[in-house]
Every structure is written in C-alpha cells, then in structure tokens.
Design a protein. Structure first.
Length: 361
C-alpha cells in the first residue's frame, strides 16, 4: 500500500469545505518524468479534490451557461462603454471556487506556476460558464480563445503585474464596427481567493478618465497620471472568491504589492475572449474541455509566451541552467503539438523573447 509523506500542511477553508495543501516530496515538479506530465494521473494525485476529465466536467457542461436578465446585460454594456470594464459578483459557479484556490497553492508548493491550474476541469468550467455572459455584454460575439493565466501573490512583498495595457497598440479593427466603444477582445479576471488592498488588489483607470484609452499609445504611468488629482480617478476592485471583472484590451490596470496585513495569498485566474474573426482560438479544433495532453501543451506554451510577465516568483524566470533545461523540454513538447494550434498562436510562441534563451542556453 502506497504511503504519502507530508512535510507541510496548510488548511484552506472555503464555503465550509476543508482542503489540505501539503508538500509531498514525490510530487515535486523536478521529480516527474517529462513524458508523463501531459497525462491526467499526476495532476489527479497532486490535487485530488479537483477533477481531470472527470464527472465535474460533465456536470458543468450539462448545467449550461448562466442565465442573465436583460437589465443586468444593459448595465454591463454601459460599464464597458463608459469605463472599459464591469464587475460581476455573487454568481454560482456550480462548484466550490475554494478548491481552485487550494489547487493554486498546491501547485506553487510543488514548483509549478499557477497557470497549470488549467489542467483541471473546474478551470475550463469557468471559461465555459463565462462565454455567453461575455458575448451578451460586450458587443460582438466572442468565444474563449484559450488565452489564460493563473496568479499567486504571496504576502508580504510579492506584487501583481505592474501598470500596463493588454494591447499597447489600438488598431481600429479591434473594436466592434457597429459599436465603437465595444472591444473585440476582452479579459475576464476571476478571484479564486478574496482580494483586498492588503493581499494585492486589482486597480483600473476607467476609460472615461483615460485620454490614451483609444489613442494607440502610452503605457508610461507618468504620462497617464499628469496631476495629483488624476490619481483619484483610479478604481480599486476588491472582490470575494468567485467574483470577476471583465475588461477591454485597452484598460490601464495593475495589481498592487501585498502587505504584512494580508490574511492569505491572492489567487486568481484570467481568461481571454475574442471575436474569432479578429483573434481566432488557439486550438484548431476548439473544445470546451480539451484532453489532458492538450491542456498541458497550452499551459506550457503560455509559460513560454508570458514567462517574463508572471506575477510572483516563478523559478522559470531565473537564470538557473536547470530552469532553462526544463523550459527547453517544455518547448520541445509544445512544438510537437503545433498541428493542434492555430498558426497565429504558433507564430506567437516562436516570437517569444524568452525562446532564444531557452533554445541556446
């Protein structure tokens, strides 16, 4: 009978459900044979309270997307046109979001970046739930494009991403032709833990207060905020677990630095949605719940593309030879899956600034 040694435990409570986050040496990333990582077995053992190609996936799919009323939709549309974002609170996901929060902590404890939470059905279930709401509230029809990132900010010193726009440029064709304040590309940032000013809150500058919102230039904070009073336009977005914000590709936003007053780490998961005619899905054959290997290749590709933009310390941003060796192995696995990816996505992977260091280190 197999035994599991646990050197560290941290209890995570959410909705009266208890999850045990514990260090299991034999499950550390560096101990895993590379060839086994795309398969479901390892991920099931790492976070046994989450589902991989299991019943949770079927339950979410059968339950279908959320039903929303016309009044809600009109309010969200108004927020998107005016501010470039809107916040949704109190939705029932059909599963306990606390399980994903605990999963992100378990991943980080075992040497993985939070984006690999996308190995689990619950993460893809979020994207499935969000898609109809996003399309109804942001103009032209959008689909989940498989652009996702996970976040884990550990107090008291780690921080979210610094101020930026997801698109530094603002092409005219990135806006809906029949509603020019509605974007063809949006992100949805879901809080997996509660989020406040102590554990790294998300901050946004409303579009109506941002003179560069549709100009196609400027990410420098000293140009965006030119007076003392302009800092008062910034909006903080504290959230409970499960709340989310939908925002356009041009909103100026960032995550703050955590503090010693934080009660726990800040965990979150972001999804990208787009008009497929403008930015197609990353998968040639879109699937609400891709196979375990495809999930792994997508997460690995995201690590290559966004390697230098992750918040919180991620060992694969260091200059350690072993880290580059691991990234090189991930890249080789991703390259073998290029037939599954849209050509524009493979071009993005190949254009990643970190790729030269991976290949030649």
């Amino acid at each position: 009978k197999a035994t599991v040694s646990v050197l560290y435990c941290d209890a995570v409570y959410m909705n009266d459900t208890h999850y045990t986050v514990g260090l299991v040496p034999e499950l550390m990333r560096e101990r895993q044979p590379m060839g086994t990582l795309p398969e479901a077995d390892y991920w099931k053992r790492l976070c046994p309270w989450l589902s991989v190609e299991g019943n949770t996936m079927l339950d979410i799919y059968d339950d279908g997307p959320w039903e929303v009323c016309e009044e809600e939709v009109e309010g969200w549309k108004e927020g998107m046109r005016r501010d470039g974002f809107f916040v949704v609170k109190g939705r029932d996901w059909g599963f306990d979001v606390g399980g994903l929060d605990a999963g992100v902590r378990q991943l980080k404890l075992h040497g993985w970046q939070a984006t690999f939470i996308s190995m689990y059905d619950e993460a893809y279930g979020m994207a499935f739930k969000l898609q109809t709401l996003v399309s109804q509230s942001t103009g032209c029809t959008k689909t989940f494009n498989y652009d996702f990132l996970g976040y884990h900010v550990t107090p008291p010193t780690e921080a979210g991403m610094p101020p930026h726009r997801d698109f530094p440029h603002c092409p005219t064709e990135s806006w809906c032709s029949d509603d020019p304040m509605m974007p063809k590309i949006v992100s949805c940032w879901v809080a997996l833990s509660s989020v406040d000013g102590f554990n790294s809150c998300l901050y946004m500058l409303p579009a109506c207060k941002d003179r560069f919102y549709k100009s196609g230039r400027c990410e420098a904070a000293e140009e965006v905020f030119t007076t003392n009073e302009s800092f008062q336009d910034i909006v903080a977005l504290p959230m409970d677990a499960g709340d989310f914000v939908v925002f356009s590709h041009r909103v100026y936003h960032w995550g703050s630095t955590s503090t010693p007053l934080a009660a726990h780490p800040r965990t979150a998961l972001a999804f990208g949605f787009s008009d497929p005619a403008y930015k197609p899905p990353y998968l040639v054959t879109p699937d609400p719940f891709p196979s375990s290997p495809l999930r792994f290749y997508l997460a690995a590709a995201q690590m290559i593309i966004y390697n230098k933009r992750q918040d919180g310390p991620w060992p694969l941003t260091s200059d350690e030879p072993s880290d580059f060796a691991f990234l090189r192995s991930l890249y080789k696995m991703v390259a073998c899956a290029y037939d599954c990816f849209d050509p524009l996505y493979t071009k993005t992977i190949e254009g990643s600034p970190v790729l030269g260091h991976i290949v030649h280190s």
